[in-house]
Design a protein around this ligand. Structure first.
Ligand code: ADP
Ligand code: SF4
Length: 694
């Protein structure tokens, strides 16, 4: 295809040497987890291959545990413990290289971050102390002896050779986010040694230099050796600070072939859009490039080519590092190259992708429902399956499920009508994007409405609430009901499976009321038995409106599920900053006039909390009235020419936005398709099974 690239973006497409290898452009997919790892290697390989096909010049694996003496189970990454792991890793590098990218492998020795729950080896660290893991595992790491350090170097040498055998172009040594042994040696937080590996920065960086020197010795003639470091540990004076990072780079400028610089902890580096802007680490990385003659890559949830160009032109970065933007749009570089910037599916910074790792399941992306389904279901993020025998599809409801279904069906070539009751499209994302910190949610709507507007075979009718008669009279071949959900007012969720008891009268609201513009004053209780982001966001909104707010939750954590999205600590702090009172391990158990009764979840002791109103952030119910009316008339469908009516998204079962875009996409993909395998209860995706031992 003739490139119609805007010349402003040319600098993003200049090649650059990284040691002995050369990346074709400046788009660098930094290592990122995906929840699949060694359990789903072919799914991971295909996911990476599509990124290479989409124009990323460099594509890395997730962290690869390079020796069995240090591993982070239950989290599922990749492993390079012996030669048996080489074929799996070779499959990955083959896939990446077949798409034209440099294949990178990130080698990690987790050390004090590895509890070794699977291998049962005793963890090792620069200095003996309890392991530092998300789950505070009751395990300690022992202090490494000189012999251990020598062994560690030998193990790395073996891993370097295996990485080359597996066909990689780049090796990244992981020393960032508190997850890699190099950082543990560099930081006075974890290194209290008094020998030549402790004390001065010169000493603390000795292992780093030795490992890179060993790597150069083993494979440096054919592979680039990169070093991934945190730009600032952000843990006060003890930690590895930004000043020390600059000193380190100044002292060792030419040691690695590339400096890969990431923010502090993973929470900082992968900051959700509620808490971190695009290019958030700019000030921490600015100026480091002047301290070294080696290229620098940095991240920052970059989705705008103009921001990327600025990073290069102002000399802050040489390469644009992306994890989440490459997940949301694996073809981002290619779209810039082809002059299709408006087609970029921008990451919304929700961190749902990270939950694949933290829940050890499989990553999903709110914006890109095909993520990790590229091989499992043969879903390509840009190419739809061919149109089937049906012609006309009616989609009811223009939330994320309806918009995604409409877009994907339109791309397949069906004639699609999308009817929406409201004047505005977007459903819940339009409502939620008005809440504090959630404006990026609007990108879910904006990407899809723009794409739909480019399709001649799709007609959109806002301000059109359809009844069962309307749907039947429409007479399309198939109907998708994406009519969404609403928040319950009666408090039913997990703690209460029946409505909360009431004595007297207390005004009760839901997030729908607040998103609809209701302003509350006085003392307001937010009862959060939903545990994702909504309770805290509503509390923040009410506090900003001037109410005195107390958030009550039966959980030990505010917004407990956001532990999985790495937001929980930021959310708690933001509530404190907004003077929101917090009552944990506590449930609202009775509504009274001017007060609620609260019950401690452990002691069952009741207390009274005065308030003027309560907002129930407890659970949602699907809007299924239209479906009920239509299913009651199923015998008539055939008379109107309707072959099927299906409920999708929140209307079927309320869940996060990513579930809705997935449901919309799945509906579109599977329409008119034969059932896979043709068995009675077919598995809707492929999977890999462990090979049984002889
Ligand atoms: P989801 O997350 O499943 O996409 P949303 O709640 O975001 O669900 O969106 C549902 C959309 O469906 C809303 O914009 C709502 O106005 C619309 N809707 C609900 N019922 C009807 C109907 N009978 N006719 C047309 N649109 C409807
Ligand atoms: Fe971005 Fe959310 Fe997709 Fe992750 S899940 S890539 S944060 S849109």
């Amino acid at each position: 295809m003739t490139s119609a690239r805007d010349p402003r973006y040319d600098c993003l497409f200049e090649p650059l040497a990284i040691g002995p290898v050369t990346t074709p452009n400046r788009f660098y997919q930094v290592p990122h987890c995906n929840g699949g790892g060694y359990r789903d290697p072919t799914a991971v390989a295909r996911m990476r291959e599509i990124k290479a096909e989409g124009g990323w010049g460099v594509v890395f694996t997730e962290q690869v545990e390079m020796h069995h003496s240090s591993e982070i189970s239950p989290y599922i990454e990749l492993r390079l413990w012996d030669d048996n792991d080489i074929p799996m890793l070779a499959k990955m590098s083959d896939s990446i290289r077949s798409g034209g990218a440099l294949a990178g492998i990130e080698l990690a020795y987790p050390g004090i971050n590895g509890p070794n729950l699977y291998t049962r080896e005793v963890p090792m660290a620069p200095t003996a102390m309890p392991v530092r893991t998300y789950t505070n595992d009751p395990v300690s790491a022992r202090s490494m002896t000189k012999r251990d350090i020598a062994n560690l170097r030998q193990w790395h040498r073996a891993a370097f050779r295996r990485a080359r055998t597996a066909g990689y172009d780049l090796i990244c040594l992981y020393g960032a986010h508190g997850f890699g042994v190099i950082q543990h040696f560099l930081s006075t937080l974890t290194n209290h040694r008094t020998d030549e590996y402790g004390g001065s920065l010169e000493n603390r960086s000795r292992l780093m230099r030795e490992l890179i020197s060993d790597a150069k010795d083993e494979v440096g003639d054919t592979m680039g050796i990169t070093l991934r470091l945190s730009l600032h540990e952000l843990v006060g004076d003890l930690g590895f600070t930004n000043e020390e990072v600059r000193e380190l780079v100044g002292m060792n400028g030419s040691v690695p072939d590339l400096w890969d610089l990431a923010h502090g902890s993973w929470e900082d580096c992968s900051g959700a859009s509620r808490f971190k802007e695009e290019a958030a680490q700019h000030d921490l990385v600015k100026g480091i490039r002047e301290l070294t003659d080696r290229p620098i890559v940095g991240v920052g949830r970059f989705t705008s080519p103009d921001v990327m160009v600025k990073q290069l032109k102002t000399g802050v970065l040489d390469l644009i590092g992306c994890a989440r933007p490459s997940i949301a749009d694996p073809w981002l570089p290619r779209k810039i190259d082809e002059g299709r910037v408006s087609d970029i599916r921008e990451c919304i910074g929700c961190n749902m992708c990270i939950t694949g790792d933290t829940t050890m399941s499989l990553s999903r992306c709110t914006q890109n429902p095909t993520f990790m389904e590229e091989w499992r279901r043969d879903w390509h993020p840009e190419i739809m399956n061919a149109k089937g025998a049906s012609e006309n599809i009616l989609v009811v409801g223009a939330g994320p499920a309806g918009l995604e279904a409409t877009h994907a069906l339109g791309k397949r070539g069906y004639d699609v009508v999308l009817a929406e009751a409201l004047e505005t499209l977007g459903g819940r994302v339009s409502l939620e994007s008005t809440l504090p910190g959630l404006s990026a949610w609007g990108r879910v709507r904006d990407y899809r409405t723009w794409q739909i507007s480019q399709l001649g075979n799709v007609n959109v009718y806002p301000d059109n609430e359809l009844s069962a008669d309307d749907v039947l009279e429409f007479g399309s071949d198939h109907v998708a009901l994406a009519t969404g959900s609403h928040w319950r007012r009666d408090g039913v969720s997990r703690y209460h499976v029946k409505p909360i008891g009431t004595q007297g009268s207390l005004p009760v609201y839901t997030p729908d009321d607040i998103m609809g513009g209701t302003k509350l004053t006085g003392k307001v209780v937010v009862f959060d038995d939903d545990h994702y982001y909504m309770g805290a966001v509503i509390a923040e909104q009410l506090a900003k409106d001037g109410a005195t707010v107390v958030l009550v939750t039966p959980s030990a954590y505010v917004s407990e599920w956001t532990l999985n999205t790495l937001e929980q600590g930021f959310i708690h702090k933001r509530l404190l900053d907004n003077n929101v009172g917090i009552m944990r391990n506590c449930a609202v158990t009775q509504l009274m006039s001017g007060a609620v009764q609260c019950t401690d979840t452990y002691s069952n002791i009741d207390s009274t909390l005065d308030c003027d109103s309560i907002v129930m952030v407890t659970s949602r119910l699907g809007n299924d009235a239209l479906w009920q009316a239509l299913s009651a008339r199923e015998s008539e469908w055939i008379d109107y020419g309707i072959k099927s009516i299906q409920v999708i998204g929140d209307a079927q079962s309320p869940a996060p936005i990513a579930w809705a875009t997935f449901a919309g996409h799945r509906f579109a993909r599977e329409l008119d398709e034969p059932v896979r395998n043709g068995t009675e209860s077919p598995l809707p995706f492929r999977r890999e099974l462990a090979r049984l031992a002889d």
